[in-house]
Design a protein around this ligand. Structure first.
Ligand SMILES: [Mn+2]
Length: 319
């Protein structure tokens, strides 16, 4: 796909991603935004994402993002590019996506069936949607701004280039992006590693109270409504918790349950080995994701949900 060819004849171009945008979603959206602005200076280009977390405060273009809760009054886009998401997970921007004359979908999620948009570029083996943006742009327009955004997206979705989705191509693309010169240690420290004191406190508490099953091959941590209220914590205060659980010795599958509203849990799953396909589990609950990282929402009692997950994961591990 050549994204410029797909959108060059349109005036109003919308770019959007999934709710609770992560580093890849933000990097891909803003990277593509700066690329298209360069190639189509006369076009009206908009980025629609829920407000990114505070750790992204210093990245280029962060102030250009529209985070309105309702777009029904907006004039329709001519073309809408959905990144790193299926339409259902786009939140308020779904309205603009639906009203657009042309829709384009670029994603690396295996659960994306690639039939929703008019033009689809879905490559599950790609490490990140940001890696796919690199594929669809003319490299002669790359600059330090675009490069650092795509690099950030790839770094986030690969756990800074160490998850199994990191391919030789991922590293070649990252190497090429580094050629443009930007402060990558600061970028990755600030957007990926840095934690607030509260985040560290919460992480400690959740690990202290975590539970292990199947001889320690499954670990589950949870933050119920009371916990969240006690610490006056926000969803971003729990970032990285599930990965910390996952790297516990002997763990094949880690689960983090977060009661986002009373009675409704957001569930994050991570697998350390090929014995568990966590995408399969998430899909059964109406969620999605990748073989080793997935998520879903469930309205269920914590103990019931936990038992159910332990049963499903155990079945896969011992199959
Ligand atoms: Mn992604």
């Amino acid at each position: 796909m050549d994204i410029y060819e797909e959108v060059k004849s349109y005036q109003r171009i919308g770019i959007g991603g999934h709710i609770r945008p992560d580093g890849d979603c933000i990097g891909a959206s803003l990277g593509l935004y700066f690329y298209l602005k360069k190639r189509l200076p006369e076009a009206d280009i908009f980025v629609f994402l829920e407000r990114p977390g505070n750790s992204f405060r210093n990245i280029p273009g962060i102030e250009c993002i529209h985070s309105e809760e309702d777009y029904r009054d907006w004039e329709a886009m001519d073309v809408f590019i959905a990144l790193d998401t299926v339409p259902e997970r786009m939140g308020a921007a779904l309205d603009l996506y639906k009203r657009a004359e042309k829709t384009i979908n670029i994603d690396h999620h295996i659960s994306n069936q690639a039939e929703d948009a008019m033009v689809n570029y879905v490559v599950p083996k790609a490490s990140a949607t940001s890696e796919l943006i690199y594929d669809v742009i003319d490299k002669s327009y790359l600059d330090a701004t675009i490069a650092q955004l795509l690099y950030m997206g790839m770094a986030h979705d690969t756990g800074v280039f160490h998850y199994s989705n990191t391919s030789p191509k991922t590293l070649r693309v990252a190497a090429d992006l580094l050629e443009y010169g930007f402060d990558f240690p600061k970028l990755i420290d600030e957007t990926f590693y840095e934690k607030t004191y509260l985040q560290n406190q919460i992480l400690g508490r959740i690990i202290l109270d975590s539970r292990r099953y199947l001889d320690g091959r499954i670990i589950i941590g949870a933050a119920d409504y009371h916990f969240i209220k006690t610490y006056d914590a926000k969803k971003e205060d729990f970032e990285g918790v599930v990965n910390q659980l996952r790297i516990t010795e002997g763990v094949e599958c880690a689960v983090f349950l977060y009661e986002k509203e009373k009675g409704c849990f957001k569930c994050s799953l991570r697998a350390s080995s090929d014995l568990v396909d966590v995408a399969k589990i998430a899909v059964e609950f109406g969620g999605g994701g990748h073989v080793r990282a997935s998520g879903f929402d469930a309205r269920m009692e914590l103990s019931v949900l936990e038992d159910k997950l332990v049963e499903m994961i155990s079945k896969q591990i011992t199959a």
